[in-house]
Design a protein around this ligand. Structure first.
Ligand code: SF4
Length: 126
């Protein structure tokens, strides 16, 4: 495990065994993916706004996702995964409307890594 998602992190560098806050490795990894998916969505919302497209729903989703990652706010992996799926859906809807020169990996990530992660997690539970 490695998590440095907050100021309470062990030794001020990163939680490596288990989260000081109680967060598990799986949740930490999924929250990293949540931020990655929001990064891709953010690239699109910035470009969409420049082109006069309303991005209120997408921006609200990003704000909600940020809130989900604050310490001890949400360790519910299912709802975090749903938020990742929604971010990808919002992003891809905007991609169909907006031309974007930026080519950051978060713009084209299809969620495959998340599926692999969840399969690993399920195996470790049995
Ligand atoms: S969010 Fe939890 S696991 Fe991550 S750095 Fe902070 S205390 Fe550690």
């Amino acid at each position: 495990m490695f998590c440095n998602q907050c100021q309470e992190t062990a030794k001020n560098t990163g939680c490596t065994i288990k989260g000081v806050c109680g967060k598990t490795e799986e949740t930490s990894n999924i929250q990293d993916l949540l931020m990655f998916s929001c990064q891709g969505l953010s690239y699109l919302t910035i470009e969409a706004r420049k082109q006069g497209i309303d991005t209120n729903a997408e921006s609200k989703h990003i704000t909600n996702c940020l809130f989900m990652t604050i310490t001890n706010a949400n360790f519910d992996d299912k709802s975090i995964i749903q938020a990742i799926k929604d971010a990808i859906k919002y992003r891809d809807e905007l991609k169909s409307k907006v031309k974007i020169a930026e080519n950051h990996p978060s713009i084209n990530w299809n969620g495959k890594m998340m599926k692999n992660l969840m399969q690993k997690q399920k195996k470790s539970e049995h």
